[in-house]
Design a protein around this ligand. Structure first.
Ligand code: GUN
Ligand code: FE
Length: 475
């Protein structure tokens, strides 16, 4: 350990996922973060002698000793959210998807033609998501180039790690909120250039002695809204743009039965909804598809074969009456899965809420199967609901894998970047009561079910503190 180059050393309980079934509780951990934001080392079961002399051993570093009700966890990863829709989150949840889009979404999103309005909203939504512990987010913006650039600026200023997409839609929208194909492609090109030029990729030129290289904070992502709102030539152009610039892609897939029927009628030459995206070469290992509720086994096999993953957005799926996504079935088939809030189809700007609703959705699946025995036998005779380790994995490492950031964030493996949350279940006037019988495991579980932004004393991205309920200088 070369302590001269260490910025901060944390000592205490550290919890992270090593794999989907492997949640590690480190009771006496020591985690050091380099000044450049990389994790230098993670020691387990630190001896009493080291514990007593931390301030001497790490005299060149800031040493932070966590209290017994505090622990470090990796930052949450929201793999699907709509930044402009935050203005009406918690309202307008009385309609199913297609009516919801035309009644609430399109009128609200069209207001982002005003950069002043966009700037105000985007500052508030990014701050809110960071306070809720979302250190990485895959964002949909609107069709507007200027407003979407502002979203990137706000994200960078606030220090969130993000994928940001200018939304593309050249058909089936109202007159006041639809693009011409040429404008759609040109402004997407301009947007990509803006994001890439305004934050040069340092990962190739770094001379850091560390093996891990710094990564970009904001990445542009190709964002056809969904197959309904894009013509075939636009889908073609967008897949070309994605491959030209080697970019990720995000969209919506198989969310609502009426939507699925509409897609089938718009693309009769394709066998199913998934095949539409596949036909236009939009299913890549870097593609994130939101929802994926009503998929056939053939469609799931296509996703698996292409390396495309699903953003599971249970709050939205319940709120818009879309259906219940069977995550177990996707996992069993080898499809990557992460969690998403889908604000504002989902009303909560918090991955903790997504964790809870993913649990409920999984139980709803089991209840449905128990009631329909023939489906249960066909799909999974020993249907197991998702477990706490599994859902926590989806909220952190699963999201990182879905975004192809598994070498950068998601857990505390040395060399990764320090995107982390300092959880305090004992925070005064907080949402959790601690009892004598509580263990580290039960407090962690209570945090997942009962915690909120008050429980997050500090939120870090790349080692930089970006939010948190603590006013203390310590964090
Ligand atoms: N499908 C197309 N657009 C949207 C959207 O904004 N939200 C959700 N949930 N589904 C969509
Ligand atoms: Fe969505």
């Amino acid at each position: 350990m070369n302590n001269e180059t260490l910025a901060t050393v944390y000592h205490g309980i550290i919890i992270h996922s090593l794999d989907i079934g492997n949640l590690e509780f480190i009771r006496n951990g020591l985690l050091a973060v380099h000044p450049d934001g990389h994790i230098a080392f993670l020691e387990r079961d630190v001896g009493q002698l080291v514990k007593e002399h931390l301030f001497i051993i790490f005299s060149y570093s800031q040493v932070v000793t966590l209290s017994k009700h505090q622990f470090l966890i990796p930052g949450f990863i929201d793999t699907h959210a709509h930044a402009p829709q935050y203005v009406y989150a918690g309202t307008g949840l009385d309609l199913p998807l297609l009516n919801w889009l035309s009644t609430y979404t399109f009128p609200r999103e069209s207001a982002f033609s005003s950069p002043t309005y966009a700037l105000d909203v985007y500052k508030r939504v990014i701050s809110r998501f960071l306070r809720n512990g979302t250190t990485t987010c895959a964002w949909f913006a609107t069709i507007h180039l200027e407003a979407t650039k502002l979203l990137v600026d706000v994200i960078r200023a606030n220090g969130q790690r993000a994928f940001v997409g200018k939304v593309n839609m050249d058909t089936c929208g109202p007159d006041y909120y639809v693009e011409k194909i040429d404008d759609s492609v040109k402004s997407t090109r301009d947007f990509i250039q803006y994001v890439l030029d305004s934050e040069p990729d340092t990962s190739k030129s770094s001379n850091s002695s560390n093996t891990a290289k710094p990564t970009r904070l904001v990445t542009p992502i190709i964002t056809p809204r969904f197959a309904v709102s894009c013509t075939a030539p636009l889908l073609d152009s967008l897949s070309t743009l994605a491959s030209e610039h080697d970019l990720p892609i995000q969209s919506h897939l198989s969310e609502n039965p009426s939507e699925c029927e509409l897609v089938q009628s718009l693309f009769p030459h394709c066998r199913d909804y998934t095949s539409v995206y596949d036909h236009y070469k939009l299913l890549t290992p870097r593609t994130i598809m939101a929802h994926g509720i009503h998929l056939s086994s053939e469609e799931i096999a296509i996703l698996r074969d292409r390396g495309t993953g699903i953003s599971h957005c249970p709050n939205s799926n319940f709120a818009l009456q879309s259906g219940v996504c069977d995550v177990r079935r996707l996992l069993n088939a080898g499809v990557k899965v992460g969690l998403g809030t889908d604000v504002a189809g989902g009303y909560a700007p918090s991955i903790l809420d997504a964790v809870r609703q993913a649990m409920t959705a999984s139980k709803a699946c089991k209840i449905q199967y128990l009631a329909r025995a023939e489906e249960r036998v066909e799909r999974d005779p020993d249907y197991n609901v998702l477990t706490i380790p599994e859902v926590f994995y989806l909220a952190t490492m699963g999201g990182a894998k879905l975004l192809n950031l598994e070498d950068v964030v998601g857990n505390f493996v040395p060399g990764k970047e320090f995107d982390a949350l300092l959880v305090d279940v004992g925070v005064a006037d907080g949402p959790i009561d601690v009892f004598d019988h509580d263990t580290t495991e039960s407090l962690f579980e209570k945090f997942l079910y009962l915690g909120d932004e008050r429980s997050l004393r500090a939120v870090w991205v790349k080692g930089r503190r970006v939010a948190g309920s603590s006013n203390s200088d310590e964090f």
